[in-house]
Design a protein around this ligand. Structure first.
Ligand SMILES: [Zn+2]
Length: 254
């Protein structure tokens, strides 16, 4: 790295990547500090003087819903992504209010539990008579490089840590071609546009995997994650998400 420490704070057109990352981390720290010293509003309903009001807190009680993607992948979500719950998830995911991980983690835990139950049921009824390995590998969907830079943190990682699941080596990473704009494209174009945007970092022959993501909307990212893992031999039994959009939820039960 060529950037010296005193370069921080002196914007230049081609600043080194490490400086950009340091700045984003700083911005996150400042946002967090400000939320302590300045008047706060509820992350869910924007009511005054409280980070999360009791009404909104009650709306975060997990209600596990199941969604099946067009490719058949079962997705379990802990919250319906609407109204106050949507506000809280957005404040956590994009608003820098990382402390909300504490109140959101139970929803992801519920989704993981439903997904694991589904996974062990699948293993028990598998052709091999259920004698195979029933353990599941938890693989988070990585944020895009741009998203990670903008936020300075990884929401899925924070939730998993809160649940005591520390993600070690990344098994799924964005590729160099990831990050193309998807606006204005239809579903099929989006899916094709995403293909090849993720890759698995090692062979996963025989491993049974549960994907983890924050919000499922079209499910396109999950489908790409499944493609990338399956290409390296994994069996993806399902996905566990913090929240799912109303249109995509309610099509089944956990
Ligand atoms: Zn509220």
């Amino acid at each position: 790295m060529s950037g010296a420490v005193h370069d921080v704070g002196m914007p230049r057109p081609s600043r080194p990547r490490s400086v950009a990352l340091a700045r984003d981390a700083l911005a996150t720290a400042v946002r967090e500090a400000l939320s302590v010293v300045s008047p706060v509003s509820c992350a869910g309903c924007h009511g005054p003087d409280v980070g999360l009001c009791d009404d909104c807190r009650r709306r975060l009680v997990p209600e596990a819903v199941r969604v099946d993607l067009p490719d058949g992948l079962p997705v379990f979500a802990g919250l319906v992504y609407a109204f106050e719950a949507r506000g809280v998830v957005l404040a956590f995911k994009n608003g820098g209010r990382v402390r909300l991980a504490e109140v959101l983690a139970p929803a992801l835990a519920a989704a993981l539990e439903s997904c694991a139950r589904h996974g062990s049921h699948e293993a028990a009824s598998a052709v091999d008579g259920g004698t195979g390995d029933r353990s599941l590998l938890v693989v988070p969907v990585p944020p895009s490089r741009r998203g990670r830079r903008r936020r300075g943190y990884d929401p899925v990682d924070l939730l998993l840590r809160r649940l005591g699941l520390v993600v070690g080596t990344r098994l799924l990473v964005p590729t160099a071609r990831a990050g193309g704009g998807q606006k204005g494209r239809d579903r099929q174009q989006r899916l094709r546009g995403r293909e090849g945007s993720l890759r698995a970092t090692r062979d996963l022959g025989g491993s049974r995997v549960v994907l983890v993501d924050d919000v499922v909307t079209t499910g396109g990212t999950l489908q790409e994650a499944r493609r990338a893992l399956t290409a390296r031999g994994a069996v993806v039994v399902g996905a566990a998400c913090l929240a799912a959009t109303p249109l995509r939820s309610g099509s089944g039960r956990p």
